[in-house]
Design a protein. Structure first.
Length: 341
């Protein structure tokens, strides 16, 4: 096998890799491609190490857009390199349109770039009929990848907005489980909290599927705790479990709404557990819950409440919060301050 033939074979493999990774990441609606998965998870792990050393929420918040742009650049560069090697597969693959002289490496890089971007200047052309179809395939491939990338980016922006809107909607109920329950207890009936849950359930279900379809959404970090979806879901989850366990007099309708919302959150966490995180090996620590016993309708000991909180989903929530750059204590901090005051 000659050097030019080997270059062509490697080029075809790189083109196939770039297209496979881009298509799997953007169109599979379930998993990211092998390059995407290793690239973004590796970068995020490094950023998390820096964050845990210096507590740089601004760094994590800035990372999402740059990771997205970096991913698209990797696709483009891999595709460009692949087609360049294909065009290096023969001395007559690219020639000067006027002199018919074989193109140099720099000229082939230039030819590959304007072919992929469909600019078509025409100063370099295929050298014979055997190569005339190849630039057409390259141009179609470039147009496909650029269109796919732009559409992907626009959908990510829309989904990030929805993700933060959900976090703000939940945070509006309270910035800790105690505050959520204290502002919506309705003398132990929790009717107002129950009425808020239907739109939240639908949005959580939608976001679960969006996180599968757009894995890069995991890496859009909110620097404010109010806009953080992991913290918001964890606070709501604790509040609903505590209200269900400690208040035996909840109406059937309210109890049903609480149960459905808990199941929807569990389904969301199952989605993350299969595609983004792995459950922590141990249960997270729970604070003293004495303040919750003063809420109207609460009739359970601290031991009963803590036992009710000890399920597998808490391990997934702990991993989710830590993977997003927050700490478990951020869920309960406000509650602890109120307990101490």
């Amino acid at each position: 096998m000659t050097e030019s033939t080997l270059a062509g074979v490697i080029g075809v493999l790189l083109v196939a890799l770039a297209n496979f990774d881009a298509i799997r990441t953007t169109l599979s609606a379930s998993h990211s491609g092998p390059v995407t998965n290793r690239l973004i998870s590796g970068v995020w792990s490094i950023l998390l190490l820096i964050h845990r050393t210096r507590r740089c929420h601004w760094l994590l918040a800035a990372a999402g857009p740059w990771i997205t742009i970096g991913l698209l650049l990797v696709w483009v560069i891999t595709l460009w390199l692949g087609w360049l090697l294909v065009f290096c597969g023969g001395s007559d693959a690219v020639v000067n349109a006027n002199t018919q002289a074989s193109a140099s490496l720099v000229e082939r890089i230039y030819f590959t770039g304007y072919t992929l971007t469909t600019l078509g200047y025409g100063d370099f052309v295929p050298g014979n009929d055997r190569w005339r179809l190849v630039p057409t395939l390259a141009a179609a491939n470039g147009f496909f990848l650029f269109t796919l990338s732009i559409t992907y980016m626009l959908n990510i922006v829309s989904n990030v907005t929805q993700k933060r809107h959900l976090a703000l909607s939940i945070s509006a109920l309270g910035e800790s489980p105690l505050e959520v329950l204290n502002t919506t207890h309705d003398n132990g009936k929790f009717t107002s909290l129950s009425q808020q849950l239907s739109p939240i359930q639908q949005t959580i279900s939608t976001l679960g599927q969006q996180h599968l379809a757009y894995p890069i959404l995991h890496y859009y970090h909110a620097g404010s705790s109010q806009k953080s979806l992991p913290l918001a879901l964890a606070r709501l989850y604790q509040a609903l479990i505590l209200a269900t366990i400690a208040n035996p007099d909840l109406s059937a309708a309210t109890h049903t709404q609480f149960t459905i919302t808990l199941r929807v959150i569990d389904q969301f966490l199952d989605t993350l557990d299969s595609a983004f995180i792995h459950a922590a090996p141990h249960l997270p620590p729970f604070p003293a819950l004495e303040a919750y016993k003063t809420l109207p309708g609460f009739d359970a000991s601290q031991k009963q409440m803590q036992e009710g909180l000890s399920d597998h989903s808490q391990k997934v929530l702990l991993a989710y919060i830590q993977k997003d750059g927050w700490e478990w204590e951020d869920i309960w901090q406000l509650a602890e301050e109120k307990s101490a005051s």
